[in-house]
Ligand binder design. Structure first.
Ligand SMILES: Nc1nc2c(ncn2[C@@H]2O[C@H](COP(=O)(O)OP(=O)(O)OP(=O)(O)O)[C@@H](O)[C@H]2O)c(=O)[nH]1
Ligand SMILES: [Mg+2]
Ligand SMILES: [Zn+2]
Length: 356
């Protein structure tokens, strides 16, 4: 592989940071894949395996993710494992985990410009799931684009497209068929040299099929969905960056089983219509429940806002706040432990001084 840094997504802002933080001998590289803690790193000089350095591991809140720009101790190559010594600041980050019991957040995709939220027009179709994904993409800092796949399988693609457009304000929505090559020109407009597009969506939605079509070659494995319910079989097992011949990068990801909202970031952007209505509620902290002068409920009554969309907005808000509280509680427990260790050490020193 012979590529320059800009082809891999490097730009002046990464260069500026690099000038400030890198040490002599270090090499900038982009994480292209992750296999259970082993990373595939791409640098202009070549690609190879990399691992997280011991020092860095202790400093990190989240391990490197695919798409991250890192500083390696030396050029990656076929016969050595390079050491990741630093992660450059992420411009965007799609995070998973953090909720639940897992203490560390997982970076699903970093430094992604655009995320294709892929959803089949077949049994996979679910407007509420699209809303959830769109909120998460806004929260990551990337631009969401909804890709409704398998248009060849349904007769009423137009009606479903309209439904998504109505529920994803400010987001471009396309219906495509990877098999028939329909609707791909609009998607290609989002691909450009140095830009990174990630594909997310449930298993079987057609993410890898779309990657192959845009790539012009069958590089990613794909697999048929179950005939009984149209669900995918989790064919893609790891996140993988691919470089397109015409420039631009795609990040294929495995289908995700659950996608919790970790905080309220992204919720307002994904429910821009509800947020605009809420600004007209009598009370600024209106819960849009039984409060008098609620413009949101008013809009439901006049038919301007779908009750299901409002219900989902309220549900996602509750989920986000619960996860935020859980996260805060975990942070304060970690603080307590750190405080405890500090006190033990302080007492030990006092006793030592006293000669005890
Ligand atoms: N009819 C039709 N089938 C499609 C289309 N795109 C994908 N498929 C089929 O859908 C199935 C699943 O496609 P994949 O690309 O493997 O799905 P995926 O989203 O990568 O799934 P995971 O890797 O499991 O997350 C395959 O049998 C594809 O051939 C399409 O445009 N039309
Ligand atoms: Mg796949
Ligand atoms: Zn209200």
């Amino acid at each position: 592989m012979e590529v320059d840094l800009p082809t891999l997504g490097w730009d002046p802002s990464f260069e500026e940071e690099w000038q400030g933080v890198s040490s002599p001998g270090q090499v900038p590289a982009r994480i292209a894949a992750e296999h259970r803690g082993a990373y595939e790193a791409w640098a202009p000089s070549g690609s190879g395996w990399a691992r997280v350095g011991g020092r860095l591991r202790h400093e990190l809140e989240a391990l490197p993710g695919v798409g991250d720009w890192v500083a390696l101790d030396a050029s990656p190559g076929p016969d050595r494992t390079a050491v990741i010594q630093r992660i450059l600041d992420r411009r965007t980050a799609f995070i998973r985990g953090a909720a639940g019991r897992k203490a560390t957040a997982q970076v699903v995709a970093a430094n992604v410009d655009t995320v294709f939220v892929v959803c089949g027009l077949d049994e996979d179709f679910n407007v509420r799931r699209i809303e959830r994904y769109v909120a998460r993409v806004w929260a990551s800092g990337a631009q969401p684009v909804v890709v409704l796949s398998k248009a060849d399988l349904v007769g009423d693609a137009g009606a479903r497209l309209d439904e998504v457009v109505a529920n994803a304000p400010g987001v471009a929505v396309f219906a495509i068929s990877a098999l028939q090559g329909a609707g791909l020109a609009e998607l290609r407009a989002h691909l450009a040299p140095g830009r990174t597009v990630a594909l997310v969506g449930s298993s079987g939605a057609g993410k890898s099929t779309l990657v192959n079509v845009l790539l012009g070659e069958e590089r990613m494995a794909t697999g048929a969905v179950r005939a009984s319910d149209g669900r995918g079989r989790h064919v893609t097992s790891h996140r993988q960056l691919v470089l397109l011949p015409a420039g631009g990068l795609l990040l294929d990801t495995p289908g995700m089983r659950e996608l919790q909202l970790l905080d309220e970031a992204g919720l307002e952007a994904a429910f821009e219509d509800v947020a605009a209505l809420a600004r007209r509620c009598r009370f600024t902290d209106c819960g849009h429940d039984a409060e008098p002068g609620c413009a949101v409920r008013g809009a439901v009554e006049t038919g301007e806002l779908e009750p299901d969309r409002l219900a989902h907005f309220l549900q996602l808000g509750r989920e986000a706040r619960a996860n935020e509280r859980r996260h805060d509680a975990r942070l304060s427990r970690a603080d307590e432990r750190a405080w405890g260790r500090m006190m033990v050490e302080a007492h030990r020193q006092i006793r030592r001084k006293r000669g005890e």
